[in-house]
Design a protein. Structure first.
Length: 207
């Protein structure tokens, strides 16, 4: 923790001073242009990979960047409530669902039952990605081909969560005012691929 405490001090002395006016404005209100839904994985830094400043992204993070299908419920719903807030209150213009390489959540879809039983809340959460696993089994001749299964699962998961997003009535009603994207980020190369809804392919974002 010593390093983290030192980081807090350096932030106040360096970064905060550099962006002092920005933070002064952010102290009054937030006006993010983009809802960024991504994985809780510690290797993902939304502001770093998009070169955005504080106040630009309204970020939701959870295991395997999952968007629960919409349902009317009295249960606590963290991800669902955050999406609702971003679209209805903050009026974001863009929504990005960003998956990534070497995703532990996606890999856990194929984990042995006894292993998942040790993390019951994770196991329950991953039930939302069950269609992803089923699709992978349909497309792969050899599910033991780990590398191919890995990237296929991670990309299909992004597409599945995009489908879930469109089960929200206020998303459908605001399609003309919302730009919706599905991204696949490769950690080891820094490349990000954007999902093309027309041809069903992930295409490299480049100049």
């Amino acid at each position: 923790m010593a390093e983290i405490f030192e980081g807090v001090v350096k932030f106040k002395e360096e970064d905060f001073q550099t962006h002092k006016e920005l933070f002064k404005e952010l102290g009054k209100q937030q006006n993010p242009h983009t809802l960024f839904i991504t994985c809780s994985d510690s290797r993902i830094n939304p502001n770093l990979i998009t070169k955005t400043k504080p106040g630009e992204l309204f970020t939701i993070r959870n295991i395997a960047n999952i968007v629960p299908p919409y349902e009317k419920s009295i249960r606590y719903a963290g991800t669902t409530s955050a999406i609702e807030y971003a679209v209805k209150i903050l009026k974001v213009k863009n929504i990005v669902i960003c998956g990534h390489s070497n995703c532990g959540g996606c890999a856990a879809l194929f984990a042995p039952e006894e292993k998942l039983n040790k993390v019951p809340f994770v196991k329950k959460w991953l039930e939302l990605a069950k269609p992803v696993k089923e699709k992978v089994f349909e497309l792969l001749d050899n599910v033991d081909d780990f590398e191919k299964r890995e990237w296929l699962t991670e990309q299909i998961n992004v597409v599945e969560q995009l489908k879930h997003l469109f089960t929200y009535d206020y998303i459908l009603e605001n399609q003309e005012n919302l730009n919706i994207y599905g991204w696949y980020y490769i950690i080891e190369t820094g490349e990000i691929f954007n999902y093309n809804f027309e041809n069903g392919l992930f295409e490299l974002i480049e100049k």
